[in-house]
Design a protein around this ligand. Structure first.
Ligand code: GLU
Length: 473
């Protein structure tokens, strides 16, 4: 069989296949496995909004994969490619992702078939508010039942509109702003949420490089510093991951693959300059910080150490998996590697850090935001100055009684109490390290799981089965 004659599965089937592979290593009954795998419910709504003098009909979805913990959680995507299979696959990934990083939520996902660029801001607001109303009527947006968040094509702006619409409909609910996460900070959001998924990718890679056995298995040596990285997609996730990895860890972003072209620079692309260039609306071809070529799906096959697919699902598939030269793939997007490509890459010895772990930073910080909202207080507000006072007293005592002369920079860094952003970053880092440890522990206990994806799925299947068994299912 030639490579491309292998038929690809759709996204949901692909996730199911990966799930089934891990499930086959458990002793859980097939009936229970089926219960864990299936999507509990998917709601499809078609609603009309009068715009530009006529009624336009929009189709939206909210899939609830698993309510073993509530609220269920997951983003809302705006894209013309949104369909039921896709939201169900993404909702399933949310269930497994939240379980893996010990965020106490079930999994859900939503989508609206729309190309945001086709509409003005005012029109988008009306469409979003109407969609929110439809979801709210069925408790598919609700602080204790179902909490959406940003995804592709949505961001803080859409979350602000959704929150406001929900708040209007539920003005006596004191927790009403906890109905969505990813809100602007001044409307109840949390510091560090916008960057969270990219930051999580960075922390995941930092953790990977602390495990020399894994680095060796991936055919690499040393640290992140100097590693050649290709990023596919410079949206919110790809941009933040690339920015932090290059500016803070010394990684070299040798190529950025975008819809409108490919930027290459063997010395490393300055990500902030590229992003600003793209935001200015200037054509990519005018970017001076690298060589720019026409859109080229084959660029993903360029030689590099680390490949970060940070856009759509299914970009690494049976057609190109054989040609991928990266040693390590870290799935910043959801489902960028199909199940069949996953097998090809595993056989080739490519190390894959799977989506359900790699991009869990977003939902982790969403969890912090939700906790902040129902707690009605900013993290660090009570303890910061108290901490600062104690630290200052210790430094003063060391200097006056211990005779030490401490460096100014050290003193100010040490004395300063933790603010919200420090706590969010620390909490996220801790989550990424602990979850990596849980995957490694599963692999140690059962070496036949072989790879990170199977071990991650295995861990969460066990966790969810235990949950169901404990409540008598
Ligand atoms: N859409 C993001 C994801 O796929 C974030 C979900 C959330 O924060 O609830 O993980």
């Amino acid at each position: 069989m030639t490579q491309s004659s292998q038929k690809e599965l759709n996204f949901r089937q692909s996730v199911d296949l990966m799930f089934n592979r891990a499930a086959s290593f458990t002793d859980i009954s097939p009936k229970m496995i089926e219960k864990i795998r299936v999507c509990n419910a998917t709601y499809t709504v078609r609603f009309g909004v009068k715009l530009r003098g006529e009624v336009h009909t929009f189709t939206g979805y909210r899939a609830v994969h698993s309510e073993h913990r509530e609220p269920v959680k997951g983003g809302i995507r705006y894209s013309l490619d949104v369909n039921q299979d896709e939201v169900e696959a993404l909702a399933a990934l949310m269930t497994f992702k939240t379980a893996l990083v010990e965020v106490p939520f079930g999994g859900s996902k939503g989508g609206l078939c729309i190309r945001p660029k086709d509409w003005s801001e005012e029109e988008l607001e009306r469409i979003t508010r109407r969609f929110t109303f439809e979801l709210a009527r069925r408790d598919l947006i609700h602080p204790s039942l179902n909490v959406p968040a940003p995804d592709m094509g949505t961001g803080e702006r859409e979350m602000a509109w959704m929150m406001d619409e929900y708040r209007r409909l539920n003005n006596t609910n004191i927790d009403n702003i906890a109905c969505v996460t990813g809100k602007p900070v001044h409307l109840g959001g949390i510091e560090g949420r916008v960057e969270a998924t990219g930051r999580g990718v960075q922390y995941a890679l930092q953790e990977f490089f602390r495990h020399k056995d894994d680095v060796k298995k991936a055919g690499m040596r040393g640290e992140l510093d100097g590693k050649k990285v290709i990023v596919q997609g410079l949206g919110n996730v790809g941009y933040h991951a690339a920015k932090f990895l290059s500016e803070e860890d010394g990684a070299k972003i040798i190529a950025v693959i975008e819809r409108s072209g490919v930027v290459r620079n063997a010395k490393g692309i300055k990500i902030e300059e590229l992003k600003q260039h793209m935001l200015s609306g200037a054509p990519l071809s005018e970017f001076a910080g690298g060589s720019v070529s026409d859109p080229d799906p084959k660029a993903i096959e360029d030689a590099c150490d680390i490949l970060i697919p940070a856009a759509l699902e299914g970009v690494i598939n049976v057609d190109n998996a054989h040609s991928i030269k990266a040693k390590l793939i870290i799935e910043a997007a959801n489902g960028p590697v199909t199940a069949k490509a996953d097998k090809i890459l595993r056989d080739k010895g490519v190390f894959i850090i799977p989506d359900l772990y790699a991009n869990a930073g977003g939902v982790t910080v969403s969890y912090f935001e939700w906790v902040k909202n129902i707690g009605h207080i900013r993290f660090g507000r009570l303890q910061r100055r108290n901490e600062e006072g104690k630290n200052r007293a210790l430094i003063e005592a060391l200097e006056s009684q211990g005779g030490l002369k401490l460096n100014k920079r050290f003193k100010s860094d040490y004395i300063e109490g933790a603010d919200e952003i420090d706590l969010v970053r620390a909490g996220l880092d801790d989550t990424m390290r602990a979850s990596y440890g849980n995957i490694k522990a599963a692999l140690e206990e059962k070496p036949e799981l072989e790879d990170f994806r199977t071990a991650a799925f295995y861990t969460v299947i066990e966790d969810i089965a235990l949950h169901y068994r404990s409540i008598g299912l």
